[in-house]
Ligand binder design. Structure first.
Ligand SMILES: Cc1cc2nc3c(=O)[nH]c(=O)nc-3n(C[C@H](O)[C@H](O)[C@H](O)COP(=O)(O)OP(=O)(O)OC[C@H]3O[C@@H](n4cnc5c(N)ncnc54)[C@H](O)[C@@H]3O)c2cc1C
Ligand SMILES: NC(=O)c1ccc[n+]([C@@H]2O[C@H](COP(=O)([O-])OP(=O)(O)OC[C@H]3O[C@@H](n4cnc5c(N)ncnc54)[C@H](OP(=O)(O)O)[C@@H]3O)[C@@H](O)[C@H]2O)c1
Length: 457
């Protein structure tokens, strides 16, 4: 029977689903899979992106864990592709590789002042509140008024985490440093800015509705934003999701906090629409002091045009939540414009041509860009895996496909890799840390500590 030795780089949902689908589907080959992950813990953005107060979604980890626990996939955690292992190494030991490295950083927003002190990318803040080992332990939460730019679900996650009282996050898995940071936050007003209108938002109804349920937080919406054009009316009439969003917003218009009047909560979450980012203003110390935006109006086709009217809101911090962006991998083609690996249905293509790169595949966010839910990575993986199976004739011819070769290589390079047993040890340790406080788990944040616990050191 032909043997397929496959490397997968990235143990987020895309990588794990690809392994699962290949192992379940393929009966013609004897398949063995090694999963390389730069972090000492698997699950990608499910562990380090999904908000801690969304335990139902975090629960997807249970299904991903079942895949890993079946015992037919080896994990090499704390191994970074491009540093600890290279494409040439993989060619010597595998028949093919799937890159499932996702997107970990913020896309740029090119407006004056965006690099000022007090201006942050949502991805960095998300990494902080989700206990990612590679970001600083403290976060400067000193602002009373904050601007969040963007109308996607990440913008809502960030706004909710900023506005929510820290005590209401205690039942979640947030690390202690995050609880302490949020508890000390003096925030009173979070302003969310969308460049288009309520009928063109990217966030989803459930996530919007959740904002209205936050304890001691008033939702503030502005009547002037609801003068709908024909395109907006048509979107509301024809799309159930947009219809529900409109219904939620219309209900908030009737609350006492509408137009900033009469609410009683100690914190407010303002939703501003038709607001295109123009500039971040700073004080004499170079710190964020205001957000300037241009009022827009609909162009009749779902887009907007500027009205020329500039407005300014005094804020001391700004978070841009305008999308994530993929990172290049050494030796692998990269589309700089879209932040993805160029590919046709997961088969990687050479830069600037449609020529295939044999043996190299992509799946998940690095394949199709940073949009879509966890479930979408499953259909992605199916498509990519189908090609791997059909491409047997163009697989690499490894010189040493033995399973012992990789541990020996990593050991020779002094890489302290973690494996599945190590992940179980870390998992149990985190659950035990949470138990005395009645919490599901408390995350270990330090990379060194994660590695030490995993390796039983
Ligand atoms: C803030 C946020 C919240 C979200 N919340 C939800 C939600 O509630 N529900 C939902 O359905 N979807 C949610 N999503 C979307 C969901 O997270 C993505 O659809 C999904 O995680 C994409 O999977 P992926 O495996 O392609 O990428 P990722 O999850 O990013 O996984 C990629 C993995 O590759 C690893 N990696 C990267 N580079 C290297 C390298 N050089 N070497 C080795 N390993 C590497 C990374 O460490 C990571 O573990 C959210 C996204 C974000 C950003
Ligand atoms: N709870 C959940 O289910 C959950 C939570 C988080 C993330 N996710 C998913 O993860 C994916 C990524 O989410 P995301 O919020 O990062 O991306 P997104 O859904 O693409 O939203 C990006 C937002 O940024 C805006 N934007 C982009 N460029 C801008 C600019 N130059 N100026 C002003 N605004 C700009 C976009 O406006 P335009 O529409 O006008 O371009 C849009 O409102 C999505 O599929 C999301 O649903 C899901």
């Amino acid at each position: 029977m032909t043997k397929l030795r496959l490397a997968i780089v990235g143990a987020g949902p895309a990588g794990i689903y690809a392994a699962d689908i290949l192992l379940k589907a393929e009966r013609r080959f004897d398949v063995s899979i090694d999963l390389f992950e730069q972090l000492p813990a698997p699950y990608g953005l499910v562990r380090y992106g999904v908000a801690p107060d969304h335990p139902r979604i975090k629960g997807i980890i249970t299904a991903l864990r079942e895949v890993l626990d079946r015992g037919d996939i080896r994990i090499f955690g704390n191994v970074r592709f491009g540093e600890d292992i290279t494409l040439d190494d993989l060619k010597q030991h595998y028949h093919a590789v799937i890159f499932a490295t996702g997107a970990v950083r913020d896309t740029d927003l090119r407006i004056p002042g965006i690099d000022a002190e007090g201006s942050y990318g949502a991805a960095d803040f998300v990494s902080w509140f989700d206990g990612h080992p590679d970001v600083p332990r403290t976060w400067p939460l000193e602002a009373e008024s904050v601007a969040v730019i963007g109308n996607g679900n990440v913008a809502l996650d960030v706004s909710r985490m900023l506005a929510k009282h820290a005590e209401d996050l205690l039942p979640t898995e947030i690390p202690d440093n995050v609880y302490e940071g949020l508890k000390a936050s003096p925030v009173t007003d979070v302003h969310v800015f969308g460049r288009r209108g309520p009928a063109q938002v990217k966030f989803t109804p459930l996530e919007l509705r959740e904002l209205g349920e936050l304890r001691d937080v008033d939702m503030v919406v502005y009547d002037e934003d609801f003068e709908y054009d024909e395109a907006s009316k048509a979107a509301i009439a024809s799309n159930k999701q947009v219809m529900v969003i409109d219904r939620v917003l219309q209900a908030w218009r009737k609350r006492p906090s509408v137009n900033n009047a009469g609410g009683e909560a100690s914190r407010r979450l303002h939703l501003h629409f038709w607001a295109k980012p123009v500039e971040v203003k700073t004080d004499q110390n170079g710190r964020v002091s205001a957000f300037v935006y241009e009022r827009t109006r609909p162009d009749g086709e779902g887009g907007v045009v500027g009205t020329g009217e500039m407005r300014e809101v005094a804020v001391q911090a700004i978070y841009r939540a305008v999308g994530y962006f993929g990172s290049p991998l050494p030796g692998v083609p990269f589309d700089k414009r879209h932040g993805v690996i160029p590919n046709h249905e997961g088969q990687v293509l050479r830069k600037d041509s449609n020529e295939r790169v044999p043996g190299v595949y992509a799946t998940g966010w690095i394949k199709r860009g940073p949009v879509g839910l966890i479930g979408h990575t499953k259909s992605d993986a199916m498509e990519t895996v189908r090609h791997i199976i059909n491409d047997q004739g163009s697989w690499w011819q490894p010189t040493d496909p033995s399973e012992e070769a990789i541990p020996a290589l990593l050991a020779s390079r002094g890489v302290a890799w973690t494996d599945l047993d190590g992940w179980h040890r870390l998992d149990e340790h985190e659950v035990a840390l949470g138990a005395p406080q009645g919490r599901a788990r408390v995350k270990v944040v330090s990379r060194d500590e994660m590695i030490a616990v995993s390796r039983g050191e």
